[in-house]
Design a protein around this ligand. Sequence first.
Ligand SMILES: Cc1cc2nc3c(=O)[nH]c(=O)nc-3n(C[C@H](O)[C@H](O)[C@H](O)COP(=O)(O)OP(=O)(O)OC[C@H]3O[C@@H](n4cnc5c(N)ncnc54)[C@H](O)[C@@H]3O)c2cc1C
Length: 456
Amino acid sequence: MQYDIIIVGAGPGGIFSAYELSKENPRLKIALFEAGHALEKRHCPIDGEKVKSCIGCRSCSIMSGFGGAGAFSDGKYNITNDFGGTLHEFIGKKQAIDLMEYVDTINMEYGGEGTKKYSTAGTRFKKICMQNKLKLLDASVRHLGTDINFVVLENLYAELKEKVEFYFDTPVDSISLTEGGYEVHCKEETYTCEKCIVSVGRSGSKWMEKICGELEIPTKSNRVDIGVRVELPAVIFSHLTDELYESKIVYRTEKFEDNVRTFCMNPYGIVVNENTNGIVTVNGHSFESPEKRTENTNFALLVAKHFSEPFKDSNGYGESIARLSNMLGGGVIVQRFGDLVRGRRSNATRIAEGMVTPTLAATPGDLSLVLPKRILDGIMEMIYALDKIAPGTANDDTLLYGVEVKFYNMEVELDENLESRHKGLYIIGDGSGVTHSLSHASASGVYVARRILEKS
Ligand SMILES: Cc1cc2nc3c(=O)[nH]c(=O)nc-3n(C[C@H](O)[C@H](O)[C@H](O)COP(=O)(O)OP(=O)(O)OC[C@H]3O[C@@H](n4cnc5c(N)ncnc54)[C@H](O)[C@@H]3O)c2cc1C
């Protein structure tokens, strides 16, 4: 079967490139291949009762399917060049922000209207953070919430399915070059196209590595972020979250001069498992609807690890640490901060007696047996620093879930069009290593669609 354009991966990157292409040129014949299920079939079996932890489904509904890794996410669209990716390095700061704003207007049109947009501009917290050796990063953030994010995806799919041929549960095995374009090989069929947009996200990182090897596209990889997810009573952070929703705060540790940062803050939210290539790590999200709120807020504290020569496998390093927690806890480990400070493991009784009711059923244990000292020291230092701007953060009952790993896809060599060394083969979203967030990934999709439209 012959298409003008084949898109691989139906995450935000793939969806927004399909959206822009089909809107601007309805005559284009577009196919979208997705390894996971259609949106309505995506369902994680963990219910906290019969299925308490990850059972390793063949296609992980949290990470794969229409909507990509973002489908059950908190739907926080951060509009900023300060974090979430390096798209601006390829396309310029203004264009990157304009595209993120454009994505926001589409999200509003397709069901997000009425959701709140927060901003750090002019906030008094900048000064308070600075006075306590913390840096608050600039951003405005649209919080769709897991529920509205899902509605937006449903509406986008309803429109796109009329214009784009979707192939769900159809992982692409390989891509090869032809004279006029590309062949996309799936298990039973081969499809051809003139142009191919690859947007396979984090779950497709190993596959991306393989494809880059086969097509001789240069890559590099040297970063992984490792840490824990902190869960505490929402009131402790409410002065920050009520005004900013998400505050991205960076702390430079005294001991090692490492940067530790808050990441993915979920006011009144829940902590969840995440399965990446069979390794169970932790993440979190929250809901826009007040009925679904919990009494807790959660956020990650991550330490960035950059490696230098000769070590190249930064993701392998992160995986090994996550595997250690899976080995000791059968999945994610949870520990009270007070137990960590006292050098003892947490147990079910001490957690049940504590003031924070865990929102994820994890195994009580000892994170000091899992995390390297340098990383653990950095996290503890930051908890004490945060305690100064949000007193109570360093309470004994604060829960730490480990490990949270932010794998960075290797960076694929791309030009200013996000085009690989093979003309017509574009690599976008988290799978390219250029983006690490919903808004950057979506913006990269729109950007590439416009480049293709300009050329056709
Ligand atoms: C629980 C959770 C919460 C998150 N919360 C937020 C948040 O609030 N804000 C934020 O900015 N970011 C958040 N993120 C990150 C965000 O979801 C990603 O940055 C974003 O989804 C990246 O988009 P993408 O299109 O590049 O890739 P993805 O969303 O990962 O989509 C890639 C798609 O490609 C498919 N695929 C992979 N390999 C193949 C193949 N060989 N053939 C066919 N299909 C393939 C996958 O199944 C997947 O559906 C969260 C992530 C998770 C897991």
